[in-house]
Design a protein around this ligand. Structure first.
Ligand SMILES: NC(=O)c1ccc[n+]([C@@H]2O[C@H](COP(=O)([O-])OP(=O)(O)OC[C@H]3O[C@@H](n4cnc5c(N)ncnc54)[C@H](OP(=O)(O)O)[C@@H]3O)[C@@H](O)[C@H]2O)c1
Length: 243
C-alpha cells in the first residue's frame, strides 16, 4: 500500500461538483491522495458521500477561495493535518456576468459583479499559489494547474462575459508570471493553464458537448506531467493554444 512518503498530495479547489469533482475523482482513482476544496462543512459532508459513490477516497477540506486573506492560514492548517501539498489545481471560479451571457456588456457591468468575479477567479488562485508554491520550490517538486478558459484568450477577445473574460485573462497572466518565477528557482515546479472546452456543468449548461470527465482530461495531464513536461503554457486537449 502506498504511504505518505511515496504518494503525492493534490488539492483541487471547487471540487464538490462539475469539472473539479471529475478532476479530484480521477486523480484519486490513479492512487493519489486528494483533497477536495469545498465552501462549507455541509458541502464537505455531501461531497464525501458523492466521492464514495464514485468508489474513491477523496477528503473534502473547507476552502472558500473568495476569502483570499484567510487562505494562508487555512492552507497552513490543511498542511498540518494532511502534509505538504504537491499538486494544486485552481479550478474554482464563478461566472456571474449577465443577464445575457455573450450579450452582457462591459458598459452595463456593475462594480459588484467585477469585484466578486475578481475575488474568486483571480485573488483566490493568486493567494493559493503564493501560499503553496514557495513550499513546492523548497521541496523541489510541484505542479500547479490554473483552470482557465478560451474566454480569457486575448487573441480574438471580443464582446460578452466581461468580468469573466477579464478574470481569465488575468489568470493566464498570473500563470506566466508564476511559471517564470518557478523556472528561475531551478526546482521541478511546473505551473500551467488550461481550457476544458465547453463542458456540461452548472456553469457550462446542458447544451455543452463535453462531459465533466472529458473537460478534466487536460488538467489531469498537467497535474501529473513529468519533469520534462511544459511550464508556463496554455493548453486544451493537451495541445498548446494561443494566449
Ligand atoms: N463548464 C465550462 O464549459 C467551462 C468552460 C471553460 C472554463 N471553465 C472553467 O472550469 C472550472 C470549473 O467550471 P465548472 O463548469 O465545473 O463550474 P461549476 O459547475 O459552476 O462549478 C464551480 C465549482 O467552483 C466552486 N466555487 C465557486 N466559488 C467558490 C469559492 N469562492 N470557493 C470555493 N469554491 C468555489 C463551486 O462550489 P459551490 O458548489 O459551493 O458553488 C463549484 O464546486 C472553472 O474555473 C471555469 O471557469 C468551465
Amino acid at each position: 500500500m502506498a504511504t505518505r512518503d511515496d504518494t503525492k498530495l493534490a488539492l483541487v479547489t471547487g471540487a464538490n461538483r462539475g469539472i473539479g469533482f471529475a478532476i479530484a475523482t480521477e486523480l484519486a482513482a490513479r492512487g493519489m491522495r486528494v483533497l477536495a476544496g469545498v465552501r462549507s462543512s455541509e458541502k464537505a459532508e455531501k461531497a464525501t458521500e458523492a466521492f464514495r459513490k464514485e468508489g474513491v477516497a477523496v477528503t473534502p477540506v473547507v476552502l472558500d477561495v473568495a476569502d483570499a486573506r484567510g487562505i494562508p492560514e487555512t492552507l497552513g492548517a490543511i498542511a498540518r493535518d494532511h502534509g505538504p501539498i504537491d499538486i494544486l489545481v485552481n479550478n474554482a471560479a464563478i461566472l456571474i456576468d449577465g443577464p445575457g451571457g455573450f450579450a452582457a456588456r462591459l458598459l452595463d457591468m456593475t462594480d459588484d459583479v467585477f469585484q466578486r468575479t475578481w475575488e474568486t477567479n483571480v485573488l483566490g488562485p493568486s493567494a493559493t499559489i503564493r501560499a503553496l508554491v514557495p513550499g513546492m520550490i523548497a521541496r523541489g517538486f510541484g505542479r500547479v494547474v490554473n483552470m482557465s478558459s478560451r474566454a480569457g484568450q486575448l487573441t480574438g477577445m471580443g464582446a460578452g462575459f466581461p468580468a469573466y473574460r477579464v478574470s481569465k485573462a488575468a489568470l493566464n497572466a498570473l500563470t506566466r508570471i508564476a511559471a517564470a518565477e518557478a523556472a528561475a528557482s531551478g526546482a521541478d515546479v511546473k505551473i500551467n493553464a488550461c481550457s476544458p472546452g465547453w463542458v456540461r456543468t452548472d456553469m457550462g449548461g446542458a447544451e455543452a458537448p463535453r462531459s465533466p470527465a472529458k473537460g478534466a482530461e487536460t488538467a489531469i495531464w498537467l497535474a501529473t506531467v513529468a519533469s520534462d513536461g511544459p511550464n508556463g503554457g496554455f493548453f486544451e486537449d493537451k495541445k498548446a493554444i494561443a494566449w
